[in-house]
Design a protein around this ligand. Structure first.
Ligand code: GLA
Length: 703
C-alpha cells in the first residue's frame, strides 16, 4: 500500500520502493512535513518523527514550522507557498485540517480557512516504481467575495537538516541551453525562474540538491521539477538554522489571479524524488517515469527524421523539397519535415506568420503533391508551424491588430519581426486551434513541429481590468495546453514536437502533449555533448531530437567528421539536417549506413538505461552508455575532444551490466564478464581532435 493513514497519530506515510514521505498534524493543527528520505523499517519509527523544536530566541516555535505548503500567516516568515489578499485587506491564510481521501495512489488533504472560507486541497500522487511524488495544490474560493492570489506554489519541499546543501540546475541561453551548474547554497534565497512567457532558454524548471558528496554512481540526491511551460519558479531558501526548503510552482513575478466566488485555481504539478544512487540513478528514474507515465505514446520508436531548415532555410518549394525527399528516402529517413518558409508571403522572417495557407508561388497546387510524394516514398510527412505568432506584414495582423499582447498607447516591440498573439482571448484561441486543425484536416500530415520564436513583451490585455491583465501569463500557457489537448484528441495519429527557438519549451508540462523536443538550435556536434549531458540530467534522451548537419558548422566553423557528427546525434533521437542535394554518393552511403545502424540500436538507445560514464565537462574524453532493460545489449559512445601530449585515451569503465554474464564487444571481438567491463573498462583508440567511437556489447546467451 503506497499511502497509509495512521489513524491515532494523524499521520500519513507515502511510500515508494525506496522512499518514505511523512506528513503529520502539529500541535496547532497545521500540516507539518515530518520526513523525506529512505524507507524506515517499522511503523514505530514514524511516531518518533514529530520533532520538539529547539527554543530559539526571537523565533517563536510556530514560526519555525515546516508546513507542507507554508501559507503566509502569523509568525511564519519563511518564503511562503501561498499568499492571498482578501477584500478587507486581510492578507493571511489560516488553515485547519478538514479531512482527507485516498484513491489508488492519490492522497488529497483538505484544509480550510474557516473565517475566510477558502479551501486548499493538497494533492499527492505516489509514483512508487520511480521513487517520485507528484504534488499539486488547488485553491477554491468558497466565500461570497473575490479573493486575490499573489503567490501559489504547487509544492514546498523540505530537505533533511544537513548544512552543506549543493544545488544542481540547468542554465544557458539561445544556442547554449541546458548547461549544468552546481553550486553550494549559502543562507538566503536562490531563485531559478522564468519571466519571458515560456519555459525558458535561460533556465529550466528542474533542480537537484545533494549534500556536496553525490556523484554519478552514489550519494543521496533529492530532486524535483515543475511541470509547466510558463512563468515557473524554483526557490531554494536556506535558513540560518541550516534548514533548506525548496518552493516550486508559479513565479510570483507580475503574478496576479482573481478568484471570483466559487472559482478555483490549480497549481502546476510539481515532481519530487529521492535516491541513494547518485545523479545517474536520479536521471534513470526520471527517464523511466517520463517514458512510462508522462508521455502517452508508450514504447513507440521515434522515427529517423529529416528536417529542411539548415539545408534550405526559407527557400523551400515543391520541386526542391521533392528532390530532398527523394534523397532522404534513399538513405533511410522515415519522417520528412518541411520547416519554415512554406506559407503565404514567407520568404524571410519579416512576413507571413498568421497566414497559414501554402504560398501560392512556392506551392501552386497546395501541399498535397509534396505530401503524396513523401508518402509515396514510404516516409511520413511533417510540417513546421508557429501558431502563437504574427508578423505586422500579414493578413492576420492587418485584419486583427488588437489580437496581440499590447498596451494601448505604447509601441508594440517586435522581436524577430513578430508579435505574440493574445491567447487569453477566446477568439484568438479558436483562431489558433483552427489554423492547425484546418491544416491537419485538409492535408495528410503526420507530424507538427510547433515553434515559438520570441518572448512576450508589453503583456497587456486591453479592455480587461488592470489587475486581471496580469493573468495572461497563466492564461497563455493554459490555453496552449488546451489547444494541444484538443488537437491531439481530434488527430490522435499526429505526433508533435515542442520547439521554441531551440530549447525554450522543454518541460514536463508540455511533455504530456508533445512526443519530442528540439533542445537547441545549436547543432554543432561538440557543443551538443554539453547540452545533451545537461538535458539528460532531467529528461529522457528518447525525446531529444539531435540532427547531423553540415561541417564546418554554421555557428562556429568547427569541422568534424561525419562519423563524429553521427555519434553525437545518435545518442538521442536521430535526425538529419544536411543539405542532401550537395552531398556526394560516398557521403550519402555513409549516412545510409549510420542510419541503418541507428535503427538496429534504437530500442536500446531510446528505451534503455542511460549511464553518463565520463562528462564532457571533466576532461578531454567523454562517454555515454545505453543498456537495454534486460541488460542484454549495451551501446557506448565515446568522444575525444582534443588529444594532448600524445596521451592515450583513459580507461572507460562501463556500468549497468550483469556482473556474471559474459559480453562480446562487436567491434573488437573481445569477450569479458560484465564485472570486467565495469571494473577494468575499455580503452578506445581515439586520436587527434574530435574523434569518436561506438562500441556495442552483447551478452553471450549460452556462456
Ligand atoms: C527556430 C527553430 C528552428 C527553425 C526556425 C525556423 O529557430 O528552433 O529549428 O525551425 O525557428 O524559423
Amino acid at each position: 500500500m503506497s499511502i497509509r493513514f495512521i489513524e491515532g497519530e494523524q499521520r500519513w506515510v507515502l511510500q515508494t520502493e525506496d522512499m518514505d514521505y511523512v506528513i503529520g498534524i502539529d500541535a496547532w493543527g497545521r500540516l507539518e512535513h515530518e520526513y523525506w528520505g529512505p524507507r524506515l523499517a517499522s511503523q514505530a519509527d514514524y511516531a518518533a518523527l514529530a520533532e520538539v523544536k529547539p527554543f530559539r530566541s526571537f523565533e517563536d516555535v510556530r514560526g519555525m514550522s515546516r508546513e507542507e505548503i507554508m501559507p503566509w500567516h502569523r509568525l511564519l516568515h519563511a518564503d511562503p507557498g501561498l499568499k492571498l489578499t482578501f477584500g478587507d485587506g486581510t492578507r493571511d491564510l489560516v488553515l485547519a485540517y478538514d479531512g482527507h481521501s485516498v484513491q489508488g495512489g492519490e492522497l488529497r488533504i483538505e484544509m480550510v480557512d474557516r473565517l475566510k472560507q477558502v479551501r486548499v486541497r493538497l494533492n499527492y500522487r505516489v509514483q512508487e516504481k520511480y521513487d517520485l511524488l507528484e504534488r499539486w495544490v488547488e485553491l477554491v474560493n468558497e466565500s461570497e467575495e473575490e479573493v486575490r492570489v499573489e503567490r501559489m506554489m504547487g509544492a514546498i519541499w523540505h530537505l533533511p537538516e544537513r548544512g552543506n546543501y549543493r544545488l544542481t540546475h540547468l542554465t544557458g541561453h539561445w544556442g547554449a541551453e541546458m548547461q549544468l551548474r552546481q553550486n553550494g547554497l549559502s543562507e538566503g534565497k536562490t531563485v531559478l525562474e522564468e519571466r519571458r512567457g515560456l519555459t525558458g532558454h535561460q533556465s529550466n524548471p528542474w533542480f537537484a540538491v545533494d549534500f556536496g558528496d553525490a556523484d554519478e554512481t552514489s550519494g543521496e540526491v533529492y530532486f524535483g521539477a515543475v511541470a509547466y511551460s510558463g512563468h515557473w519558479s524554483i526557490m531554494a531558501e536556506k535558513s540560518p538554522y541550516g534548514f533548506l526548503q525548496v518552493g516550486a510552482g508559479y513565479s510570483s513575478f507580475d503574478f496576479a489571479w482573481t478568484l471570483a466566488p466559487g472559482e478555483s485555481l490549480v497549481s502546476p504539478v510539481c515532481i519530487g524524488g529521492y535516491t541513494r544512487g547518485g545523479f545517474g540513478q536520479m536521471s534513470r528514474m526520471l527517464h523511466d517515469y517520463q517514458r512510462e507515465r508522462v508521455s502517452d505514446r508508450g514504447a513507440e520508436a521515434l522515427p529517423v527524421l529529416y528536417n529542411s531548415w539548415e539545408a534550405a532555410y526559407f527557400d523551400v518549394d515543391e520541386r526542391s523539397q521533392m528532390e530532398l525527399a527523394d534523397i532522404a528516402a534513399k538513405i533511410g529517413i522515415e519522417l520528412f519535415v518541411m520547416d519554415d518558409g512554406w506559407f503565404a508571403g514567407r520568404n524571410g522572417d519579416k512576413a507571413g506568420l498568421g497566414d497559414w495557407t501554402p504560398d501560392p508561388v512556392k506551392f501552386p497546387n497546395g501541399l498535397a503533391p509534396l505530401i503524396d510524394h513523401v508518402h509515396g516514398l514510404g516516409m511520413r510527412f511533417g510540417l513546421w508551424v508557429e501558431p502563437e505568432m504574427t508578423n505586422a506584414d500579414s493578413d492576420l495582423y492587418r485584419k486583427h491588430p488588437d489580437w496581440v499582447y499590447h498596451y494601448p498607447d505604447r509601441e508594440r516591440t517586435e522581436s524577430r519581426n513578430q508579435m505574440v498573439l493574445n491567447l487569453a482571448r477566446s477568439d484568438v484561441r479558436e483562431f489558433v486551434f483552427d489554423s492547425v486543425d484546418r491544416l491537419l484536416c485538409e492535408y495528410d500530415i503526420d507530424y507538427i513541429k510547433w515553434d515559438m520564436n520570441r518572448y512576450i513583451s508589453e503583456p497587456g490585455w486591453p479592455g480587461q481590468p488592470a489587475e486581471r491583465q496580469k493573468e495572461i501569463w497563466l492564461r497563455h500557457v493554459n490555453t496552449l495546453y488546451e489547444i494541444w489537448r484538443r488537437l491531439r484528441a481530434k488527430h490522435p495519429r499526429v505526433s508533435f514536437e515542442s520547439c521554441a527557438g531551440g530549447g525554450g519549451r522543454v518541460d514536463l508540462g508540455i511533455m504530456r502533449y508533445s512526443d519530442q523536443f528540439w533542445i537547441t538550435d545549436n547543432t554543432d556536434p561538440y557543443d551538443r555533448l554539453f547540452q545533451q549531458e545537461g538535458y539528460s540530467y532531467a529528461y529522457t534522451t528518447k525525446q531529444m531530437r539531435a540532427w547531423v548537419t553540415e561541417s564546418p558548422h554554421g555557428l562556429n566553423r568547427r569541422s568534424a567528421s561525419l562519423k563524429y557528427r553521427f555519434h553525437s546525434a545518435m545518442a538521442g533521437a536521430l535526425g538529419i539536417g544536411l543539405n542532401l542535394r550537395h552531398a556526394g554518393d560516398e557521403e550519402l552511403e555513409e549516412c545510409r549506413q549510420w542510419i541503418e545502424r541507428y535503427k538496429a540500436l534504437r530500442p536500446v538507445i531510446q528505451e534503455g538505461d542511460l549511464y553518463r560514464l565520463l562528462s564532457p565537462r571533466a576532461g578531454d574524453v567523454s562517454a555515454v552508455q545505453y543498456t537495454a532493460k534486460d541488460r542484454g545489449v549495451a551501446v557506448v559512445f565515446l568522444y575525444l575532444h582534443a588529444q594532448r601530449f600524445s596521451r592515450p585515451c583513459p580507461l572507460v569503465r562501463l556500468q549497468g551490466l550483469e556482473p556474471a554474464a559474459r559480453y562480446r564487444c562487436e567491434q573488437t571481438g573481445a569477450v569479458r564478464s560484465g564485472s570486467a567491463w565495469m571494473a577494468a573498462g575499455l580503452r578506445p583508440e581515439l586520436r587527434g581532435d574530435y574523434d569518436s567511437a561506438m562500441f556495442t556489447l552483447a551478452r553471450e546467451e549460452n556462456a
